[in-house]
Design a protein around this ligand. Structure first.
Ligand code: NAI
Length: 304
């Protein structure tokens, strides 16, 4: 069973994506009376017509999460135009800590996928508040950033998105690190296709594009829903996909005590392997700035 804590825009969209793929039964929980139930009914009606036979239920009652194999956490406030993800920290830390405790009570064996922003710091909060093994808690960010990097590159190069194999690591925030050096287009290194100025534009564009979507439609919904669904499937089906996501580091990249985006293998047991890359000077600089920002976020957390 797959649990969703938070049935707002992103939680509901992710649940719809997962349900449409007929992966497993779903439970949605939200504090707003009727919201999770309403979303569950709406999703159920859609999949009835498309012939998918999974059960989708919703409630305000966290005990319905009992027995979940994966729990997706999107509960909390979202950004408004002009806000950074870090601006949400104070409000969301308390919410995420409380729902992580509920998750641990009802689904102690689950793998948790943290989505709420600032995601890297919230992933740390989920680890601490749930008491789960660190590798069973993973944050969604890099996969979404990557979809934006791919979009920008496909436009710049005029090539099919399907030819682009890209990587974005680091903080899911102002210091995210699209890795042009580790990106290929049909096997051709991106560095052979873009000059320094074009690469810098693609990287900057990837960092800024989410807030453009938020200022135009109020929230980012479809692309996060897709990224969450891919991560859920990698865990539920033990696909062991290699993708960028936020993991608690214990010495990898020379870093300990923070959760940050790295390439990892995601399977039934959560983060089953972390891949280390050689970063050059500027890449290391951006990664380290991300680590520092996340560390400061962790240091400023209220008690929970
Ligand atoms: P939303 O406002 O539409 O939904 C949030 C939901 O959380 C609401 O329905 C609210 O009632 C619920 N909630 C609040 N406190 C709760 C609690 N204690 N227990 C259960 N439910 C609770 O917001 P949206 O657009 O769905 O975004 C959710 C979060 O995901 C935000 O923090 C946003 O910044 C983040 N986000 C992260 C992304 C990523 O790549 N990591 C991408 C997109 C959004």
């Amino acid at each position: 069973m797959i649990g969703f804590i938070g049935a707002g825009r992103v939680g509901a969209q992710a649940a719809l994506e997962v349900a449409s793929q007929g992966v497993d039964d779903l439970v949605l929980v939200d504090i707003i009376d009727g919201l999770a139930e309403g979303e569950a009914l709406d999703i159920s009606h859609k999949i009835s017509e498309t012939g998918v036979d999974v059960s989708v239920t919703g409630s305000t009652d966290f005990s319905l999460l009992r027995g979940s194999d994966v729990v997706v956490i999107t509960a909390g406030l979202a950004r408004k135009p002009g806000m950074t993800r870090m601006d949400l920290l104070g409000k969301n830390a308390g919410i995420v800590a409380s729902v992580a405790k509920e998750m641990a009570k009802h689904s102690p064996e689950a793998t948790a996928i943290t989505v709420t922003n600032p995601m890297d710091v919230m992933n740390y909060v989920v680890i601490r508040a749930s008491g789960f093994k660190k590798r069973r808690v993973v944050g969604m960010g890099g996969l979404l950033d990557l979809s934006r990097f791919k979009y920008i590159l496909s436009k710049k190069l005029g090539v099919s998105r399907s030819s682009i194999n890209a990587l974005v690591i680091g903080e899911h925030g102002e210091n995210m690190l699209p890795l042009g050096r580790y990106t290929t287009v049909g096997g051709v290194p991106l560095t052979a296709l873009l000059n320094g100025k074009e690469m810098a534009e693609a990287i900057e564009g990837t960092r800024k594009i989410a807030i453009e979507v938020i200022s135009k439609k109020g929230a980012t919904v479809d692309a996060p829903g897709n990224a969450i669904a891919r991560m859920v499937r990698s865990v539920i089906d033990d696909r062991r996909q290699v993708l960028p996501a936020s993991a608690y580091l214990e010495g990898e990249y020379g870093v300990s005590g923070v959760s940050i985006g790295v390439p990892l293998m995601l399977g039934r047991d959560g983060v089953e392997r972390i891949f280390e890359l050689d970063l050059d000077g500027p890449e290391k600089g951006a990664f380290t700035k991300g680590v520092t920002t996340i560390r400061e976020g962790i240091a400023s957390l209220p008690a929970f």
